[in-house]
Design a protein around this ligand. Sequence first.
Ligand SMILES: [Fe+2]
Ligand SMILES: [Fe+2]
Length: 364
Amino acid sequence: MVKGLLMVKSLDKSPLDLSKSGVKTPVQETLLTPRFYTTDFDTVAKMDISGYETELRAVIDELKADYNRHHFVRDDEFKQGWDHIVGEKRLAFIDFLERSCTSEFSGFLLFKELSRRLKDSNPLLSEAFAYLARDEARHAGFLNKSMADFNLSLDLSYLTKNRTYTFFPIEWVIYTVYLSEKIGYWRYILVFRHMEKNPEYQFYPLFRKFESWCQDENRHGDFFKALLRSQPQLWNNWKSRIWVRFFLLTVFATHTMTVFERGNFYEILGMHPRKYNTQVIEETNKTAAKAFPIILNTNHPYFFWYLEQCALYNQKIIDLNNVQDWGIVKFFQKIPLILMIFWYMFKIFLIKPIDTEATREQVC
Ligand SMILES: [Fe+2]
Ligand SMILES: [Fe+2]
């Protein structure tokens, strides 16, 4: 899974936009929608992983074992009509399926391209990316079939050709994909555990699949952790500490804004959006200690309050977008709101992080 990063501008769409029968037009691309990435493939090809091959091989063997090869099967539970799911619940669920499918598919495209470009120059990494692409294709395909249950499907070939690809240097790809795999793991497992305890909210069998599914994301994250640790310049200097701090912050801010914007979806699942967001961020931050030289101090009394201020100003921007009149006034009204989001992010950035290298033995 590869989730979008940042910021500010949000979905501005009618909830069911059908260009032709059954094919859902992808939501308008904005800064909070999942993004498609490309990178400098030659730099990856030249990456020296010789000192870390044993660790990488161990993780790649786990991927090779393909524990979930029989997991993504649409069993009998799926074989029924879903027209009884209506109204807000239906729209919120379709939105969830679409965003998840897009991020899974975005991961598939990036990993597939990495695998293809590294075939001759770096066969070990090429093999790993092929397994990652295999998993993400399964995830995206399964979600797209779920969309078909709601008489919709995402046109993935249209998406491939028409989405804008954002260029990220490979260092950024490693930081962000590591984080999105781990946050993806926590997002899925927490929904699964909640559904296990509260089966009355399980209105569609997809959630039952999340337990093994999220283990794929966990293994993907472990692979990126090994890749990151194989490149000392990604964790042993002050520059890397700044980047890590920045990416943790942007991933957590994006997550908070997205969860609060879709609070109704989590309420439909019987989950408290704020508690869910807090738990996902705390757990992901703790997990990140295994890979990163620093993590954020989520226990700081203002940490979540600042994050939620970002969500609040994001909501004000959404409300403004929903006003029909598109004048220059609206543009100028948005500027201070965007600045407030950056201001609160900057305040979080200034909170002293926690050094994880100092206690590396304990956390490994
Ligand atoms: Fe995935
Ligand atoms: Fe993944």
